[in-house]
Design a protein around this ligand. Structure first.
Ligand SMILES: [Cu+2]
Length: 691
């Protein structure tokens, strides 16, 4: 663990710079084989509000196969389950675009109007070198509207002073035919480098603790290649291409995802070690295309219903492009400033077939329905004061524009109506800002307090896929304004690391999604609609995590996370908030070997607002508490090869997370449960190799 005094001296103004300084193989020693045990709770960081994960390091539960699962070890995170993969990550009860997801500095968005593909559905964690989470509206460097936090999936730039070849491989096997293959090859010399990373992950349907089969199989793969040119140690020009695809069964709806094709091209330039006031420059441009197909026949037995009498398919796609330039200024020895600008735009289209065998969706033209564009200007300052005090402040201004190209709006069973906002364009200029003060109050103990404000433009799912309370289009919904105080403590010593963070927030015009909203429907009386509503909310919560090495070879990990939200406009609890959760882990490790146990206990949630929620899900009702237990062990054959394994849900308990989608009837499967149950006892093994 790095003591706080060391971080205060070396910490760079941009947090992302800190991520780059993470060693590539932090968890692998060279001479003495003394590997850290599995991660069951991510290590409390020395830097306030920041958590770093090594995505290649072994962790429990079962090694993450997508970008949401990898966040499970961080206190305050939950994943809204839909099936076996593609769950939506939630931080402190905030989902969707309240949590920014950046892949190597690029913001990508899924195509599915029904949220089958959050950005994390296109992430293969082991393709990255570091995952950094920043909580709260406490940075302005990572794009607009990240009111609850941001997750950065980063690949570290490599510079090889001499010819080098490195490889990295892993195999994972687990219950329910889970099997993953991963290979990463890197070669380089002083002129540049080449890297190729391949990933495949697959699983069959899992069974819950009661032995019910859940429609949840998936298969996903990705191939990423990077070519870098490094004329010197401080300059890198990097071209990355990514191809990936997959298919996934969903237990919460009447369709599955049969295609999640991603094509991506990114160019990044970094120059550091400049003399003069500009210390470094980091710039990138990218284009990302997501082509998604969902249908009701290819991954399940076709079963005609009133809603869907025929095999049907829908094929949305989204093209996202953008870039950013960050300039790091070294104002003086104590003051660093990042000034930057970012831009992103996206275009969404769709086409479908209501009777695929009769007339395939492939025969229809793709019809554009939405366009978004945002440009931002920002600056973030870090000033070190005397005696280990630091002040950080930042501000950004975002210029948003959206265009509604829908000619009609679907109103469910009743067909469609002309879109009242067809052809409209809206423009918003949204400011965000924060200030934070940090002080080392005693050796290793840092206290911090920050105030942040973030304004978030409504996303595609809030504007285009929902109705308004008083109209058929939600296109004119107001932007969401979050004002939040973040405070806490971090403590680091050789034996103990503790992180405590608390927040209290006020959200004006919170974009609430409400389903089963009754609307008049002429002769039919009324119909149920899903609407976007602006309400005012307050939130309160925090996380505590600690790791204590209380004796040689022994370590205890603990965490508690809690959040409480209120919808003041409706006088109701704020919906889709996770219940109180605690984790306790005990690990014994000695040289090549470690063994550990993990208890996770979650309380009942009775603060609910049925049918209210976010773009991913709505409250289904109260949920009971549960506790699950897991075991893990690891064995190192050498410093570069090890076997890790675990059993999750050891006692095969039947349970569901409070934040889950509702179960849906699938032909050939047991009747659905209220929430999608979590997997029953799951055993897994991962073999990891580096050379
Ligand atoms: Cu979909």
């Amino acid at each position: 663990m790095k003591p706080v005094c060391a971080y205060a001296r070396t910490f760079k103004p941009a947090l992302v710079a800190a991520a780059f300084t993470l060693p590539f193989s932090a968890s692998y020693g060279l001479e003495v084989i003394d590997l850290p045990p599995l991660t069951v709770i991510s290590q409390p960081g020395a830097v306030p509000l920041m958590t770093e994960i090594d995505p290649k390091a072994p962790a429990q539960p079962i090694p993450a196969q997508d970008g949401a699962e990898i966040l499970r070890t961080i206190p305050g995170f939950n994943v809204i389950r839909k099936g076996g993969t593609d769950g939506d990550p939630v931080i402190r009860g905030m989902a969707g675009s309240r949590l920014g997801i950046l892949l190597n500095g690029e913001n990508i968005l899924g195509g599915c109007g029904n949220r089958m593909d959050p950005p994390t559905a296109y992430v293969f964690p082991s393709s990255y070198d570091a995952v950094t989470v920043l909580k709260g509206p406490q940075s302005v460097l990572y794009g607009p509207g990240n009111s609850a936090g941001v997750v950065l999936f980063e690949r570290n730039p490599q510079y090889y002073s001499e010819a080098t070849f490195g490889a990295n491989a892993a195999l994972t096997l687990g219950s329910w035919d889970r099997n993953d293959q991963f290979i990463d090859l890197r070669a380089g010399n002083s002129l540049g480098y080449v890297q190729v990373t391949g990933n495949r992950t697959a699983s069959g349907d899992y069974k819950d603790g009661a032995g019910r089969r859940v429609h949840s199989q998936y298969e996903r793969w990705s191939l990423q290649s990077t070519v870098g040119w490094t004329p010197d140690a401080e300059t890198a020009l990097e071209l990355t291409t990514t191809l990936s695809d997959g298919e996934a069964a969903y237990a919460d709806r009447m369709m599955d995802g049969s295609k999640f094709a991603r094509r991506h091209l990114g160019l990044r330039f970094r120059r550091s070690g400049l003399a003069g006031i500009v210390e470094s420059v980091d710039a990138n441009v990218f284009v990302n295309d997501v082509d998604h197909v969902m249908d009701n026949y290819s991954l399940r037995e076709f079963n005609p219903t009133m809603m869907m009498p025929n095999p049907m398919a829908s094929n949305p796609d989204r093209l996202t492009w953008g870039g950013r330039v960050n300039t790091h200024l070294d104002v003086d020895a104590l003051e660093r400033l990042v000034i930057g600008s970012d831009y992103q735009a996206n275009r969404h289209r769709t086409r479908r077939s209501m009777n695929e065998p009769m007339n395939s969706y492939r025969n229809s033209p793709r019809v554009e329905d939405a366009e978004f564009e945002v440009g931002g200007l920002y600056g973030e300052l870090t000033r070190s004061l005397a005696q280990r005090k630091r002040i950080l402040a930042g501000a950004r201004l975002d210029f948003w524009q959206a265009k509604d190209l829908r000619e009609s709006v679907s109103i469910g069973m009743m067909g469609s109506e002309p879109n009242p906002t067809a052809g409209q364009r809206r423009r918003d200029t949204l400011p965000s800002a924060f200030v934070r003060y940090e002080q080392e109050v005693a050796h290793g103990l840092t206290a911090f307090a920050g105030l942040g404000h973030a304004q978030r433009f409504p996303d595609y799912w809030e504007l285009f896929n929902k109705e308004a309370e008083d109209g058929l289009s939600a296109f004119q919904s107001a932007a969401e304004k979050t004002t939040q105080v973040d405070l806490g403590l971090t403590y680091q010593s050789s034996q103990l690391a503790v992180s405590l963070s608390a927040f209290v927030g006020r959200i004006d015009d919170y974009l609430l999604i409400e389903s089963s909203f009754a609307k008049p429907a002429g002769m039919m009386g009324s119909r149920d609609a899903t609407v976007t509503r602006n309400v005012d909310a307050t939130t309160l919560g925090g996380e505590l995590s600690l790791v204590y090495r209380f004796a040689e070879h022994w370590q205890v990990d603990g965490s508690v996370a809690s959040v409480r939200g209120r919808n003041r406009s409706d006088g109701l609890p704020l919906a889709q908030q996770p219940p109180l959760e605690g984790k306790l882990g005990l690990t014994y490790s000695e040289g090549r070997f470690s063994v550990g146990g993990l208890l996770r206990a979650v309380s009942a949630q009775d603060r609910v607002a049925i049918n209210q929620g976010n773009i991913v899900g709505q409250d289904l009702g109260r949920s009971p508490g549960f506790a699950v237990f897991a075991l893990n062990a690891s064995w190192a054959f050498s410093a570069n090869s090890r076997l890790v394994g675990g059993v999750d849900n050891l006692f095969d308990r039947e349970y569901a997370e409070h934040l889950s989608r509702g179960g849906s009837m699938v032909a050939g499967f047991p009747p659905p449960t209220t929430r999608i149950n979590e997997p029953g006892r799951t055993a897994w093994l991962k073999w990891d190799l580096r050379f």
